[in-house]
Design a protein around this ligand. Structure first.
Ligand code: MOS
Length: 768
């Protein structure tokens, strides 16, 4: 079939969920009401470490309005929600170890949320308290001492000469440095929330705010001891997630489901902001030590990275997050000799987990800081030094992945050079600094790559489905296994379906995700949705076109190869009457020909050696380069971002406005991480900055006024219309670019993010 000119892909599209959200009509989980609903409150351990001695629920049970108080004895299935590592009981029983303040002791259900909360306080918990481990350094020292301490996670990469004794022998210069990246809170606008219903057909139906309905389905089935076919998860309109609604919603769906199971009433659990910040995952704090060897006037030759992450009280997704840290630790460069070790350590704090970038922003600050050190020492331009080391088609990544295509890395560097008018920009900033005393401006660059989808370590989950149904009136309903969480999935999938079927967006409805319609399509994470749900949708639509083409050929008595489909109209080279999509669909349905199809996209196979951490880590990589200009007030350590120039290789921008929206949002969130985040944990293991009066995130006032974006399109042959991913790459370069810009402004290397004022003032005041 011949190619049609693209009519939707790459054009300006109206976001399909825009008006319902702008008008306030969208129903988030807390807006859903079912009669006889009861409310659940969680009683947590409230101490960070110790052994649970006893639980007394008698007072809580007698409290006003209380319907049930559930403990470990009330779990019909497995008392376990840790996956892949079974280290996370749902409800603690006497004798169990408490690992962080948010561990569950009891679930209290009452007529109102207030009654449930009041009763939860009356659960009497006896604990033999232990001194909590709250510092990552304490664990690093334990590891370095030798002995029998084993870290919870160890991920490694070995390439070329990875012997630390010899790998730097052939280098002309060696640079070293320590870096630290602290917590970041997701700060999604909508807190975690679930409603469980258990009355229809013996099926547990759950509505909730989430990214990964299939994780919730599997987790609830395990806890209830139900077969998976009796758990139905319907994602409600979700107000932001950023990785924070990846595995975490399972931990709230389970309590709601348990209560609905026992009470046969709808159970609602929507967290307050304080509960949400106290109990739910954050970006991993990571301490890293870099050693980088240079040869041939600036070419990277050898790199050794040792990184340590605080995984908190339960391992949850840490093995996967830290695998991604290891793959990205050496940066987006060609480098022959690589040795990376990333360790994950338990502490008695909130479990660290998935967060846009998934363990990579924390390590990019290291390699990108060192690259600047190298450039400065060799007196070379920082952009030039990145260019000569950048990946290209035919080069290999730090894990030894030979890149066959879709490598826009250098192009993104050239684009930020052009956008920023690089030589003039440097001159402008130098001029500003000559004219000012305590105000100093600085320019920072960061260059990154990002593996799209789950990669070699996530093969088993890396497939996705789509179900496309053409109705008698010619309208089209689409179900996908991926979710809309605010990123624009519904719009881009609608555009893909519209493009393949050559139908306008108005005829297409992409539904909220519901596990009822499709088999386990994996998680909506890893910037994989456009590629995976998108490809599945393409496959389903191609099936439909095959059916319609065959029908036209029979109706018109012409050979199938003579049938053409252009502009939404079937015709043929022999001059028979053209028939539009809707009309032909109507004929098909009258003839009892089914017009629904399922598409299933499986990840292309990757060759990976897990023993040595070597090979094809991901199916493809997105690339980005970013230049920022900051202004530092050296008296107050106030930092303001003045200008941003950012270029992203996304393969193909299917919905360019959506891509730009991601880039704007990702930047601001990354800027919040670099400059404003101030999450504090007290000596009892409790987060004290547990609402937005104490936890700072940027607002529109902090958004830089000069913000220039360039989209680079180096097509990925296995992506829909050539697309890769942008969800996470939009944030990843920003913390490194800002850290480098502040370093440039003050003339000293910033080694920590968030760049807190106390830290920055100290750095400014110390002698160089
Ligand atoms: Mo995730 S951080 O949503 O891959």
């Amino acid at each position: 079939m011949e190619k049609n000119p693209l009519t939707l892909i790459g054009t300006q599209l109206v976001r399909s969920d825009a008006s319902e959200k702008v008008l306030g009509a969208a129903k988030y989980v807390d807006d859903l009401h079912f009669s006889d609903t009861v409310y659940l409150a969680i009683r947590t351990a409230e101490v960070a470490s110790g052994a649970l001695r006893s639980i007394d629920i008698s007072k809580a049970r007698g409290s006003h309005g209380v319907l049930a108080v559930l403990t470990h004895a009330d779990i019909p299935g497995e008392n376990q929600m840790g996956s892949p590592v079974p280290d996370y009981p749902i409800l603690l029983k006497p004798g169990d170890e408490i690992r962080y303040v948010g561990d569950y002791v009891a679930f209290v259900v009452a007529h109102t949320r207030e009654q449930a909360l009041r009763a939860a306080e009356k659960v009497t918990v006896m604990v033999a308290e232990k001194k909590p481990v709250l510092s990552l350094n304490e664990r690093i020292r334990e590891l370095q001492k030798g002995g029998d301490y084993v870290p919870a996670v160890h991920q490694k990469i070995r390439k070329g000469d990875s012997d630390p004794k010899t790998m730097f022998d052939s280098c002309d210069y060696v640079f070293e440095g320590d870096f630290f990246a602290d917590y970041q809170e997701h700060a999604y606008l909508e807190t975690q929330g679930m409603i469980a219903l258990y009355d229809q057909d013996n099926v547990m139906t759950i509505y909730g705010s989430m990214q990964c309905p299939y994780y919730v389905q599997n987790g609830v089935a395990r806890a209830l001891g139900f077969p998976i076919n009796r758990i139905r998860i319907i994602q409600s309109v979700t107000g932001g997630a950023f990785g924070g609604k990846e595995e975490v919603p399972t931990y709230f769906a389970i309590p709601a489901a348990l209560a609905a199971y026992h009470l046969h009433r709808p159970v609602k659990l929507v967290l307050s902001r304080e509960e949400d910040i106290q109990w739910t995952s954050k970006r991993h704090p990571i301490k890293s030590r870099y050693k980088v060897g240079i040869a041939d006037y600036g070419r990277l030759r050898s790199i050794q990275v040792e990184a340590h992450a605080d995984i908190g009280g339960h391992s949850t997704l840490s093995p996967t997050v830290l695998w991604r840290s290891s793959v990205h630790a050496a940066g987006a460069y060609e480098i022959p000799n690589v040795r990376v070790d990333v360790y994950g350590h338990y502490t008695n704090k909130v479990p660290s987990g998935a967060y846009r970038g998934f363990g990579s922003p924390q390590v990019f600050i290291g390699i990108e800081g060192i690259i600047d050190d190298v450039a400065d020492h060799l007196k070379k331009d920082r952009l030039y030094l990145r260019k000569i080391n950048a990946l290209e088609k035919g080069k290999t990544t730090p894990t030894g992945h030979l890149l066959p295509e879709s490598v826009g890395a250098k192009k993104t560097l050239e684009e930020v050079e052009r956008l920023s008018d690089w030589e003039r920009l440097k001159e402008r900033v130098a001029q500003f600094n000559r004219e000012h005393k305590h105000l100093k401006r600085g320019v920072g660059i960061a260059h990154i790559h990002y593996g799209v989808a789950l990669g070699a370590m996530g093969h088993a989950l890396d497939a996705s489905g789509a179900f496309v149904n053409v109705l008698p009136d010619g309208s089209i309903s689409v179900h996908i296994g991926g979710t809309e969480m605010g990123q624009g999935a519904k719009t881009v999938i609608g555009a893909i379906v519209g493009e393949v079927l050559q139908q306008p967006m108005e005829k297409i409805h992409v539904y909220q995700t519901d596990t009822f319609f499709l088999p386990d399509s994996g998680p909506t994470v890893a910037s994989r949705t456009t590629v995976f749900s998108g490809n599945a949708a393409v496959l389903a639509c191609q099936e439909l076109l095959k059916t319609l083409t065959a029908l036209y050929s029979t109706e018109m008595a012409v050979p199938p190869q003579s049938v053409r489909y252009t502009g939404g109209v079937f015709s043929n080279t022999e001059g028979q009457k053209p028939v539009g999509f809707g009309e032909l669909a109507g004929i098909a349905l009258k003839k009892n020909i089914g017009l629904c199809a399922t598409g299933w996209f499986q990840t292309p196979r990757l060759t990976w050696d897990p023993e040595n951490g070597f090979g094809e880590a991901y199916v493809t990589y997105s690339f980005a380069s970013q230049i920022v200009v900051v202004e530092v007030d050296c008296l107050t350590a106030e930092v303001v971002v003045k200008e941003v120039y950012t270029a992203h290789d996304v393969g193909k921008a299917l919905n360019p406005d959506g891509v730009i929206g991601q880039i704007h949002g990702g930047f601001v969130q990354g800027m919040g991480y670099a400059l404003y985040e101030n999450l504090k944990v007290n000596e009892k293991g409790k987060i004290v900055s547990d609402n937005f009066n104490t936890l700072t995130i940027p607002t529109i006032h902090e958004t830089p006024e000069i913000f220039k974006v360039s989209i680079v399109e180096e097509p990925f042959s296995k992506g829909p219309f050539g697309a890769k991913g942008i969800g996470e790459p939009s944030l990843i370069p920003t913390p490194a670019a800002i850290a480098n810009a502040v370093s440039d402004a003050i003339g000293k290397r910033v080694r920590e993010i968030p760049i807190r004022k106390e830290y920055l003032l100290d750095l400014i005041r110390t002698a160089p």
